[in-house]
Ligand binder design. Sequence first.
Ligand code: 6PG
Length: 244
Amino acid sequence: MKLETDYGRVHVAPLDELFALTAEAIAEAAAACREGAVVALTGGSTPKAFYRWAVESRALDRRALGGVVWTVSDERHVPIGSPESNFGNARQLLLDPLGIDPGAHLPWPVDLPAADAAHAYGRVQAKRQGGAGTSYDLCLLGMGTDAHTASLFPGSPLLGCLLNDNWFGAVEVPQLGWRLTVTPAGLQHCGRILITVTGAAKAAVLREVLREPWDPLVRPVQLLREVAGRVTWLVDPEAAAELG
Ligand code: 6PG
């Protein structure tokens, strides 16, 4: 099932079809940007299932991904070897099994203090993109049950910087610690965004996000309204249960 919303196109399908669409989008980004697409994977638990599927199904052909540079759209300020590390998980579960050259890895520099890490990452990104005006060619996102996305949580000070030029920032999140994340401005400069929402626990918040009034301070993922034309929601039937 597909439905058009103010926040982008919503594609409802079983998990393996959502994973196949994700792999297709990655391959399309790789093909579209010969000089090296920057693909930002997402964090949390949902992507781990995708990584396992992608490796087992061989859906991603390393040769077709030659120029891709791999990063994550947000990161916990922990050592890359920590099980909490989004890039660490992506490297362990996807990049290394696919044989992706470490030279194509673009982790956040978590060994620096958080604010310095965000600045340094932004500079590397800007240099890599050479003024192309794109933060990520393809940005994968998830959504929490509080309607956060990346590390943009309700009430976050980063939500106020819609007009700010900083595409990447650092923010201390109560109970979670320091996070590094693409900012609202960074989301506005993505080539394409795929946001994957799965599981019954997300059904109520997904309905609220798509149906309730626009209020990104309360529902940060509603920021995607500004770039709806470049956003595809990949939703399984359980998470879509309240969409009617
Ligand atoms: C993170 C993520 C975060 C995640 C959502 C959904 O670092 O945790 O980037 O934004 O995408 O919390 O997480 P789940 O997929 O685990 O529900």
